[in-house]
Design a protein around this ligand. Structure first.
Ligand code: ADP
Length: 639
C-alpha cells in the first residue's frame, strides 16, 4: 500500500502535463516538474501563491471556481504581467499558449478539498495553426488578385484535370470553379483547330513539349455568338511524385489583334498593289506619251528640213494625227482622275445615231492602215433618235473600234447598233486574236493589258466600264481566242427610229495604203535595213530619216524574225513594243540563227531596266524615242 502511494505520488512527474495542486483556499501546495519548467519557476518560490491572484485567469472563471464549478480555458499566457503581480518567473518577454483545466477536488463528504490544475503547452501547435491561417489568408488574397488580374486582362484561367477528364474554369476562387467535361470544351473548338488542341493536350501530358507553351485556337463564344481567336498559354501541373496530373491554361481573346493584323496585311498588300500600279502607270505613260511625241518631234524637225510641198503636207498630217493621239491619252488620264474623284460628267441629249455612227465609221476607216483589215458598218436605220451623251457614246465606240483594229491582224471588223424598246445596243465585232478565257476577268481592270507589247495604256475599257456604271448602262464582251471578239454596250433610253427599207449597209471601202509604201529615193551605197515597227508614224519617221537606204518593214516581232531569216540585212532597227510578238522576244529568236547582225533597240521605254533587258536579249545599241535624227545616223555609221 505504501509502495502504491509512492508510485501514485511520482506519476505526475511522468505526465506530459503541468500539474498544480491548490488547497481549498486556493493556495499552491504542489507543482510537478513539467509545470515548473512550463512556467519557468522554482517550487519554493511559488508555494503558497494563490490561484485567485493569477492574472491570467479571467474573473468569470475565478467566480466559477468559487462556486465549485470546474473550468477550462485557453490562455495566451503573458509572463511579464505574471511576474509583476503574481509569481517570479524566469521566462522573459514571451507568451505561451496553454490549455488549462481546473478541477475542484472534494473529500468523501463532498466538501471542497482543493483545486487540481492541469495545463498543456499548445504554443507550438498554436503557431502552426496561426501559420496555416496566415497561409489561407495569403492564398485568398492571391486568388483575389488573380481574379482581378484575369478580369482586368480579359483572361480566363482553366485547369484541366487528367483523372477527371474535365476542365475547371476559375471564377473568383479555387473553390468557385465551374467544372466542364472535356467533350463539351472540344465541341466548342473550331473544327479545323480541334486536332491542334488534341495534339497540344497529348504533347503536354506525355511531356513532349516544353512548359509554358502557346496555342492559338478558334472557339465559339456564346456571348457574341461567333468563333473568336484565343491564345492559350499553358503549364503542366505535377504531383509530389512528379506525375503529370493536369494542365493550367490561361486563355486570352486575341480576336481584335488578329483582325488588326489581317487589316494591316490587307493595307500592306493594298499599298504594295498601289505602288505597283503607280509604277506600271508611270512606265506605261512614259511609253504611251513618248510614242506620239516621237512622231511629233521627229516630223517637226523634218518639216523644217524639207522644201517639198507634198512631204510638208504629209508631215503636217502625221504631226496632227499624233497630236490627236497624245490629246486622247491626256483625255483618258483626266477621265481616270475624274473617275477616281467620283465626278464623271454625263450630258444626255437627243442624238441621231444613224448620222453619228456614219460619221464615226468614216473617221474610223481613215485609221485603218493595215491592208488586210476592213471595216463595215451595220446601220439598220434611216434615223434613230436616242437620248445619250454624245461624247461618251463616241468615246466608247472609239475605244471598241480602236481595240478591234489593234488586235485584228487580218480580217473584218463590223461596227453596228440595234434598237430595242427602251434600249440601244451597239457593238463592235472582229475576227482578231480574241481573248483567252483565263484573262477574260481582267479585261475591264485598270492598266490591264493582256499583251504587254501591244500599244495602249490599258485604261480604255476600264474608263468605258466606269462610264457604263455612271450612266446605268451595261457593258460586256464575248470572245474566243484566235477567232475574234464582240464588245457591246447597252444604253437604256427611249428610242425613236425609222428602219431602212432595204439593207443599205455601207460598203467597205478600199483600205488605205500602208504608209510603208511612201515614195523613197534610193541611194547607190545604201544599207539594207529591216525596220520592225508597228506604229505607222514612227515607221515613216525612221524611214524618212534613213532616206536613201533599202528599207523593209515588219509590223510585229514574228514578221521581223521571218524577214531576218529570209533576207540578209545590214542592220535591224527593232521596236521593243509590238503586237503579237515584241522586240525582245524577236531579238532572242534572231540571235538563235544570226549572232552577228547589228540590232538597234528603239523604244519608248526609257527606263534602265528596259535597256538592260534589250542588251540581255542580244541588241547591240539602244535608242529611246523621240528618235534623234543625228544620233540614229551616227549610230548607223558605226555599224
Ligand atoms: P488598251 O488601251 O491598252 O487597249 P483597253 O482597256 O482598251 O486597253 O483594253 C485592255 C486589254 O484588253 C487590251 O490590252 C487587250 O489585251 C484586250 N482587248 C481589248 N479589246 C480587244 C479585242 N477586240 N481583241 C483582243 N483583245 C482585246
Amino acid at each position: 500500500m505504501q509502495d502504491d502511494e509512492r508510485l501514485l505520488s511520482i506519476i505526475p512527474e511522468y505526465l506530459p502535463l503541468g500539474i498544480f495542486v491548490y488547497d481549498k483556499n486556493g493556495k499552491l501546495t504542489y507543482a510537478n516538474s513539467v509545470a515548473l519548467a512550463m512556467f519557468g519557476v522554482n517550487l519554493c518560490d511559488i508555494l503558497g501563491a494563490n490561484i485567485f491572484d493569477d492574472p491570467n485567469i479571467i474573473d468569470e472563471d475565478k467566480e466559477r471556481l468559487r462556486k465549485d464549478m470546474n473550468v477550462s480555458f485557453e490562455t495566451n499566457y503573458d509572463f511579464d504581467r505574471c511576474r509583476e503581480s503574481f509569481i517570479s518567473t524566469s521566462i522573459i518577454k514571451k507568451r505561451k499558449y496553454f490549455v488549462t483545466r481546473v478541477t475542484i477536488m472534494h473529500d468523501e463528504v463532498g466538501n471542497r478539498k482543493g483545486y487540481l490544475l492541469n495545463c498543456e503547452d499548445i504554443t507550438e501547435k498554436k503557431h502552426q495553426e496561426l501559420k496555416i491561417i496566415e497561409s489561407y489568408k495569403k492564398i485568398e488574397a492571391t486568388q483575389q488578385e488573380l481574379s482581378l488580374a484575369l478580369n482586368t486582362g480579359h483572361l480566363i484561367s482553366w485547369d484541366y484535370n487528367i483523372k477527371e477528364n474535365a476542365f475547371y474554369k476559375f471564377k473568383d476562387s479555387i473553390n468557385n470553379s465551374e467544372k466542364i467535361p472535356f467533350n463539351t470544351i472540344l465541341e466548342n473548338i473550331y473544327c479545323d483547330d480541334k486536332q491542334k488542341f488534341l495534339n497540344s493536350i497529348d504533347n503536354a501530358i506525355t511531356g513532349n513539349e516544353e512548359l509554358n507553351n502557346n496555342i492559338i485556337l478558334r472557339a465559339f463564344d456564346f456571348e457574341s455568338k461567333e468563333y473568336r481567336h484565343y491564345n492559350f498559354v499553358y503549364s503542366i501541373n505535377k504531383n509530389e511524385n512528379a506525375d503529370t496530373i493536369g494542365i493550367t491554361f490561361i486563355q486570352r481573346d486575341i480576336t481584335e489583334d488578329v483582325i488588326y493584323n489581317q487589316n494591316l496585311i490587307l493595307a500592306k498588300n493594298k499599298a504594295e498593289e498601289a505602288d505597283k500600279l503607280k509604277s506600271t502607270f508611270l512606265a506605261t505613260m512614259s511609253h504611251e506619251i513618248r510614242t506620239p511625241l516621237n512622231a511629233i518631234v521627229g516630223f517637226s524637225q523634218l518639216l523644217s528640213d524639207t522644201d517639198h510641198l507634198d512631204e510638208k503636207n504629209e508631215y503636217k498630217q502625221l504631226i496632227e494625227a499624233n497630236s490627236e493621239i497624245l490629246l486622247k491619252l491626256i483625255g483618258d488620264i483626266l477621265d481616270l482622275s475624274k473617275i477616281e474623284a467620283g465626278s464623271i460628267d454625263i450630258n444626255r441629249q437627243n442624238l441621231d445615231l444613224a448620222t453619228l455612227c456614219q460619221d464615226l465609221y468614216m473617221s474610223f476607216k481613215q485609221r485603218i492602215k493595215n491592208p488586210n483589215v476592213s471595216l463595215k458598218l451595220i446601220n439598220p436605220y434611216q434615223k434613230c433618235i436616242a437620248n445619250l451623251d454624245r461624247h461618251r457614246f463616241t468615246q466608247i465606240f472609239t475605244n471598241f473600234v480602236t481595240n478591234a483594229i489593234k488586235y485584228t491582224p487580218s480580217g473584218e471588223i463590223i461596227m453596228g447598233y440595234k434598237c430595242l424598246p427602251g434600249q440601244v445596243r451597239f457593238y463592235v465585232k472582229d475576227n482578231g486574236i480574241g481573248i483567252p478565257d483565263t484573262k477574260k476577268n481582267r479585261i475591264f481592270s485598270r492598266f490591264e493589258k493582256l499583251d504587254d507589247f501591244a500599244q495602249g495604256s490599258g485604261l480604255g475599257l476600264s474608263i468605258c466600264k466606269a462610264i457604263a456604271n455612271a450612266t446605268g448602262a451595261d457593258i460586256g464582251f464575248e470572245s474566243i481566242e484566235n477567232v475574234g471578239s464582240e464588245f457591246w454596250y447597252i444604253g437604256y433610253t427611249e428610242v425613236d427610229y425609222i428602219e431602212k427599207s432595204k439593207n443599205l449597209d455601207t460598203k467597205d471601202e478600199t483600205p488605205t495604203t500602208d504608209l510603208s509604201d511612201t515614195k523613197t529615193t534610193k541611194d547607190s551605197n545604201n544599207l539594207n535595213i529591216l525596220i520592225a515597227e508597228d506604229n505607222d508614224s514612227n515607221f515613216l519617221l525612221i524611214k524618212t530619216i534613213l532616206k536613201g537606204n533599202t528599207i523593209t518593214r515588219a509590223i510585229n516581232g514574228v514578221e521581223a524574225v521571218e524577214n531576218a531569216k529570209a533576207n540578209l540585212f545590214d542592220v535591224i532597227l527593232m521596236d521593243m513594243k509590238m503586237p503579237i510578238m515584241g522586240g525582245l522576244e524577236a531579238t532572242y529568236l534572231i540571235r538563235e540563227f544570226n549572232k552577228t547582225i547589228p540590232i538597234i533597240a528603239i523604244t519608248a521605254n526609257a527606263f534602265n531596266a528596259d535597256k538592260d533587258a534589250a542588251f540581255a536579249a542580244g541588241c547591240n545599241h539602244f535608242m529611246t524615242k523621240p528618235i534623234n535624227k543625228q544620233q540614229l545616223i551616227e549610230t548607223l555609221s558605226t555599224i
